[in-house]
Design a protein around this ligand. Structure first.
Ligand code: NI
Length: 175
């Protein structure tokens, strides 16, 4: 397993509507394994394939508490099939926008249909952090970031900070 480099916003791949997985083969399973490894190392509670440079509809999440048993879920071609009318506001962050957070309002509960790593169709219902995480990661494979769901004013402040952070990072890498 490998820890993959995480792409920071702004980047065109983070704005891409990703292609569905056609065949779940060893290459897809390897991507899933690498994504879990990358997510746990970050650490984070969710990661989508475009964040590691792959424009495909693969997402991994684990919202288990720090000291609890891990609850890894890999979702291939996930689709939200139901959203509650009730909403919740959660302070979201993203591994592609490190150390930047904002309140985002989303449906409080969702049902998601997806394929597991063996290709079986499954459905999961999430509330609380899991609902946030599922929606945030599925947004990623549609080319949507959490900052696209907040006011333009707040979004521009965050994106300006990201442009600065990226410049700093590339300078460090060049040095
Ligand atoms: Ni994210």
């Amino acid at each position: 397993m490998a820890i993959l480099p995480i792409i920071w916003a702004p980047d065109p791949i983070l704005k891409t509507r990703c292609k569905p997985v056609e065949v779940i083969d060893d290459a897809v399973r390897r991507l899933v394994d690498d994504m879990f490894h990358t997510m746990y190392a970050a650490p984070g509670v969710g990661l989508a394939a475009p964040q590691v440079g792959v424009a495909t509809r693969v997402v991994v999440v684990d919202v288990a508490a720090k000291d609890a048993k891990p609850e890894p879920i890999a979702l291939i071609n996930p689709e939200i099939v139901w959203r509650s009318d009730e909403t919740q506001v959660y302070e979201e962050g993203c591994l592609s926008l490190p150390e930047l957070y904002a309140d985002v309002e989303r449906p409080a509960r969702v049902k998601v249909r997806y394929l597991d790593r063996e290709g079986a169709t499954r459905q999961i219902e999430g509330e609380g952090l899991l609902a946030v995480c599922l929606q945030h990661e599925i947004d990623h494979i549609d080319g949507v970031l959490f900052v696209d769901r907040i006011s333009a004013l707040k979004r521009n402040i965050i994106l300006k900070k990201m442009v600065k952070a990226k410049k700093l990072r590339s300078r460090e890498h060049a040095a």
